[in-house]
Design a protein around this ligand. Sequence first.
Ligand code: CDM
Ligand code: ATP
Length: 320
Amino acid sequence: MNRPGPTRTPRLTAAPPPSVRVRAPGKVNLSLRVGALDVDGYHPLVSVFQAVALFEEVTATQAAAGSGVSLTVDGPQAEAVPLDRSNLAWKAAELLAAHTGVEPDVALHVRKGVPVAGGMAGGSADAAAALVACDALWETGLPRPSLVELAAALGSDVPFCLLGHTAVGTGRGHLLTPAMTRGEFHWVFGASARGLSTPRVFGAFDELTGGTAPPPELDDDTALMQALRAGDPTALGAALHNDLQDAALSLRPDLARTLEIAQEAHALGAIVSGSGPTVAALARSRQHALAIAATWTAEGAADSVWTTTGPAAGARVVAS
Ligand SMILES: C[C@](O)(CO)[C@H](O)COP(=O)(O)OP(=O)(O)OC[C@H]1O[C@@H](n2ccc(N)nc2=O)[C@H](O)[C@@H]1O
Ligand SMILES: Nc1ncnc2c1ncn2[C@@H]1O[C@H](COP(=O)(O)OP(=O)(O)OP(=O)(O)O)[C@@H](O)[C@H]1O
């Protein structure tokens, strides 16, 4: 006998609010050449940036009218990241809204994947990702050059986090020309629990150079550009350069040992990444990168180690 089954009342579920998730990469400066402090408070740079496959993820979800911006953060070192409007992702959402006349009603969620305050542009990647995410969410249709201009207003490294891959930066580091590269490079990063302030490192650079650093020249990176075009990691390792390294070492002398250990582990090259304190080592292969990471860990030379590859793509939508 067929009994009637339980009757089902259709459940009325509200559609989830629109949401866009964007991923943006951290960076290493393969070369960073710094001139003397300019009247605008910035140093002229010539830098060859490479984006690496350590990503920040920003999810922008439409919030109720009038609720403004809100922010949550998770992932490694999330507790070191500000949760107020000083956060670069928050600033990016507000700047885009002000520029396009949209109400900035958005819930931002940041998932950290790049060491914080480590000279790898983690905060800048959040800004780039938030710009792209809110632009897509709000359907502002902003032309790319305007997005790049907003990125530069948020920070010197933000335009590169939008672009990704490998590029030469001039000006404050914000004027970019894509560079030709071949193949994939294996990186290992040794990060510190204690970050370094970027302005402090530039200040130490001014003290060390007495404010007389010559204007930076891309001509000094001919061997590096050739190594990138050839996809030659050995030549690239030999050509890595960072004018801020001595300044970072003056504030964090312990980094000298981290660099030395990488060399002892036969890294193809090792430098302080950007303003530090993260140390970047170029390896021959993934196995070699893991071996350098293991040596750093065994010697207590880094608080965390991250192996990855470069180049990586710039900020892009991964889900909506
Ligand atoms: C060290 C690098 O990461 C190398 O790519 C960047 O130059 C730093 O880029 P960023 O963190 O985006 O820096 P910004 O937010 O633009 O600037 C922070 C501070 O760093 C100093 N700064 C930054 C860039 C530059 N070309 N010259 C500077 O002197 C200034 O004191 C500035 O007030
Ligand atoms: N979204 C963010 N993520 C991390 N830090 C942020 C963010 N927004 C603001 N900050 C502040 O910026 C400081 C620098 O953070 P970030 O991780 O970008 O440093 P960085 O990698 O040294 O930057 P860069 O390489 O661009 O100089 C942090 O100490 C933090 O107080």
